[in-house]
Design a protein around this ligand. Structure first.
Ligand code: APR
Length: 238
């Protein structure tokens, strides 16, 4: 076994307050493309840049087009948690991992059994009417074509943080608290280029900052342990 994996395994064994911070790279081994890898969503060709389509203002002005992109590219049916999601849920059940903080909106951590999941960018599983506030599940979006409508006639909107929108203050506060108190912070499957999410990792005060990523990131030099590779494969060994 690779020395770095051995160190990760030992650090996990010695820690009892681990926090995980992840991104789209955690779900690629479940079949969900990420955004910025060469085969990611942002390298595909669309009428508008995906960051424009996935913005609050585009949702307001081009709702029909937003939902066409959203159903086609953001809602991938039949995906299952992979070895990374599963191992993280096990570590929580063993009382070693305190929180999963994710930028993902796919709900796979909860599907794997994780209970304390802080979803910085929301979830496709939760939707609401912009007029009356009524809550809806995913099926309200997947069971119809075009713009999903509430019984009150209002438009249904995903509870997903779109570009230009604010993150939930309570989720940020809980994430900062968890990271501040962590004895070990494992960051994985994220390019760490989107703020304020990426900035949360700066609250970590310990000396066991682990970074597991396929491509280099701007935080590589800050890591106490840097593992380059596929996160599902890494977690299947610890
Ligand atoms: N194992 C490890 N790392 C992986 C794997 C894998 N199997 N697959 C991809 N990666 C890495 C890539 O190398 C890349 O650096 O995961 C990272 C994914 O980066 P992004 O595509 O930028 O995704 P993310 O960091 O989650 O983006 C943050 O940007 O568009 C917004 O709201 C969106 O939440 C998203 C945010």
């Amino acid at each position: 076994m690779d020395d770095n994996i051995l160190t990760l395994k030992r650090w996990i064994e010695e820690s009892s307050n681990i926090v995980f911070f992840g991104g789209a790279g955690v779900s690629t081994e479940s079949g969900i493309p990420d955004f910025r890898s060469v085969d990611g969503l942002y390298h595909q060709k669309f009428d508008y840049p995906p960051e424009t389509i996935l913005s609050g203002s585009f949702f307001e002005t081009h709702t029909e087009e937003f939902y066409r992109f959203y159903r086609d590219k953001m809602l991938i049916s039949g995906v299952k948690p992979n070895r990374a999601h599963i191992r993280l849920a096990e570590l929580e059940a063993e009382g070693k991992l305190r929180a999963v903080i994710t930028q993902n909106i796919d709900g796979l951590h909860q599907l794997a059994g994780s209970r304390n999941v802080l979803e910085l960018h929301g979830s496709v599983l939760r939707n609401h009417c912009v007029k009356c506030g009524r809550s809806y599940g995913l099926e309200a979006v997947t069971s119809c074509e075009g713009v999903p409508k509430c019984t009150c006639g209002g438009t249904i909107k995903p509870d997903v943080v779109l570009y230009g929108e604010c993150l939930d203050e309570d989720v940020i506060e809980a994430s900062v608290k968890a990271i501040r108190n962590a004895d070990m912070l494992i960051i994985g499957g994220t390019s760490l280029v989107v703020y304020p999410a990426a900035g949360l990792v700066d609250y970590y005060r310990g000396n066991r900052l682990v970074l597991i990523n396929r491509d280099p990131t701007g935080y590589d030099s800050s890591a106490d342990l840097l593992i380059t590779g596929k996160i599902g494969e890494v977690f299947s060994q610890v």
